[in-house]
Design a protein around this ligand. Structure first.
Ligand code: S3P
Length: 173
């Protein structure tokens, strides 16, 4: 089984994913990092030079690959599960955990990032609010959600581990 982290930019997928993998002695993968390694370019440059559609196609290809692995914690880019095909692939062997945060926290956490092309806007507040409202129904498809706005990384990890423990208890009858 894999553990998939989804959720909006700035909700803590990378930090939480790394700590979760360490705690559960699982491998850690980040689809954005895999894309960057394959393209030998940062996400913002891929968007700039090749466009979002190109990035999304690559994202789907990478997701197909990582979905066949086992015992991995996989952080995915915030837009990955918007595509039905990606969500289906990730779900096949994975439990989907969505991290969320309120818009104010998201803005604070992403403010200095140079690598978030979708938030490079004159009005990042509206960009965050618009994207959040477009995406809410997709993020709601996750098996479990943690609002990370007021929590430390360790607290988020604890909640996820707790959920997984209860879930595996239920599965064993
Ligand atoms: C995106 C989120 C980014 C990255 C790309 C697109 C999105 O990942 O995949 O910039 O559509 O929300 P993070 O969520 O890790 O920032």
């Amino acid at each position: 089984m894999n553990i998939i982290l989804t959720g909006f930019m700035g909700t803590g997928k990378t930090l939480v994913g790394k700590e979760l993998a360490k705690g559960l002695k699982m491998s850690y993968l980040d689809t954005d990092k895999l894309i960057e390694n394959r393209e030998k370019a940062k996400i913002c440059r891929i968007f700039q030079e090749k466009g979002e559609d190109y990035f999304r196609r690559l994202e789907t290809k990478i997701i197909k690959e990582v979905s066949s692995l086992d015992r991995c914690v996989i952080s995915t880019g915030g837009g990955a599960i918007l595509k039905k095909e990606n969500l289906a692939a990730l779900k096949r062997k994975g439990v989907i955990i969505c991290l969320s945060a309120n818009p104010k926290v998201i803005l604070e956490r992403t403010r200095k990032s140079q690598n978030r092309p979708l938030l490079k806007s004159k009005d990042p507040k509206s960009a965050v609010e618009d994207l959040l409202s477009q995406r809410r129904s997709f993020y709601e498809k996750a098996d479990f959600e943690v609002d990370t706005s007021e929590l430390t990384t360790s607290e988020v990890v604890e909640r996820i581990v707790d959920f997984l423990r209860k879930k595996s208890g239920n599965n064993q009858g």
